[in-house]
Each structure stands twice: as structure tokens, then as C-alpha cells.
Ligand binder design. Structure first.
Ligand code: GRF
Length: 189
């Protein structure tokens, strides 16, 4: 049975691209479009190259949620993947998709999560704390930032000479290696 999955992304969208390249046509998951809250996000360019529709909705639509839920329902969306999506998920969306929204966070939660902990802020904080490892956390989304039940984690070493960019690169490699198969496990169940 095919399941329709919506990807939400706010920025570059390299994970969105990787997920679609790894799973579309190679699993029972179908990715009919990518949604973004940034009209100029590079993810829209990636969507165009992939031949997948990219849709922009303003922050207010994500915050209010109702219009978005209608859009997702009209398209028979079964689940949502946040891949570098920076807005909080609103209550109507959480109610419409209970335990059907997952996020990837570029650190080992519960540390280095919460409001303001995104992108480089995360990797800078890991570096400044002198951590010897970082990694990824894939988790269910609830009403708080980065606080839902953890589904999967993977680690990478942080070496003394690594800067935030080096850590980001290692974390991205983990994301590309693991996010698609975890999405498959969650949504093909
Ligand atoms: C990833 O590191 C993801 O974990 C975080 O934001 C980054 C998005 O990268 N939430 P990209 O847009 O997929 O390239």
C-alpha cells in the first residue's frame, strides 16, 4: 500500500533531496511535494530539479495550521517529515497527524535541543562545551521543540581540531546515511 509523505523544509534541503532520491520509487513511500515557509529557500530549487512540486506557505499558515491541514488532507497525506524545518508545528497539525510527524535534530538530544538550537548554533554549542561526540536524533514531534519520543540516534566523534563546520559535515553524513531508512521503518509499519 502506498503511503503519501509530505516533507517540510526551511533551508538548503539536502536531506529532503536525499530522502526523495533514496525512497521515491524504491519503497512504498511517495513524496508528492515539498512544503517550505521560505519563499527563497534553496530546497525549492532542489525540488524543481527533482521534478517534485515545491509549495511555499507563509509562516502564518504554518502557525495557524487549519489551511495546511486541509491541504494535506486533500492530497491524502499520511505522514510528515521535518527535514531542516525551523518553525514550531502547530496544534491543528499535531492533532491531525498524531505520532505521524517526525523530525531530525543535528545533535544527541536531550542535549543541545530546544528553542534557538538549530543549524550552526547547535554545532557551536557542542564545540564550546568540549564534547567528544555528537550525532543525530530522529524523534516524534510534539508541542515542544525537540522533546518528542526518540526513535533513533547515531553518533560521530568530535575531534579536538574539529570546528563547527567539521561537526556539521559529519552530522550531515549521518543524516544522509540513516534518515531515509528510519523514515521507511516508521511509515511502512
Ligand atoms: C540538518 O542538519 C537537520 O538536522 C537540521 O537542519 C539541517 C538541515 O540541512 N534540522 P538540509 O537543509 O537538509 O541541508
Amino acid at each position: 500500500m502506498q503511503r503519501n509523505i509530505a516533507i517540510f523544509a526551511s533551508g538548503s534541503g539536502s536531506n529532503a533531496q536525499n530522502i526523495i532520491e533514496e525512497l521515491e520509487g524504491k519503497s512504498t513511500l511517495h513524496f508528492p511535494f515539498i512544503l517550505t515557509n521560505k519563499a527563497d529557500a534553496y530546497v525549492l530549487e532542489r525540488a524543481r530539479k527533482l521534478g517534485v512540486p515545491g509549495h511555499y506557505f507563509p509562516k502564518s499558515s504554518f502557525d495557524e495550521g487549519e489551511e495546511l491541514v486541509s491541504f494535506l488532507r486533500e492530497h491524502n497525506i499520511d505522514g510528515i517529515v521535518l527535514a531542516g524545518f525551523l518553525l514550531k508545528v502547530s496544534a491543528p497539525l499535531l492533532e491531525a497527524y498524531p505520532n505521524k510527524i517526525i523530525n531530525i535534530h543535528p545533535a544527541l538530544l536531550p542535549r543541545y535541543g530546544g528553542k534557538g538550537m538549530y543549524g550552526h548554533h547547535v554545532h557551536e554549542a557542542v564545540k564550546n562545551a568540549g564534547e567528544t561526540e555528537s550525532g543525530i536524533t530522529i524523534h516524534y514531534v510534539n508541542e515542544q521543540y525537540d522533546a518528542g519520543d526518540i526513535i533513533f540516534q547515531a553518533k560521530c566523534p568530535v575531534l579536538p581540531h574539529d570546528n563547527a563546520d567539521d561537526i556539521a559535515a559529519k552530522v550531515h553524513e549521518l543524516e544522509y546515511a540513516h534518515f531515509p531508512h528510519v523514515i521507511q521503518e516508521v511509515f511502512e509499519r
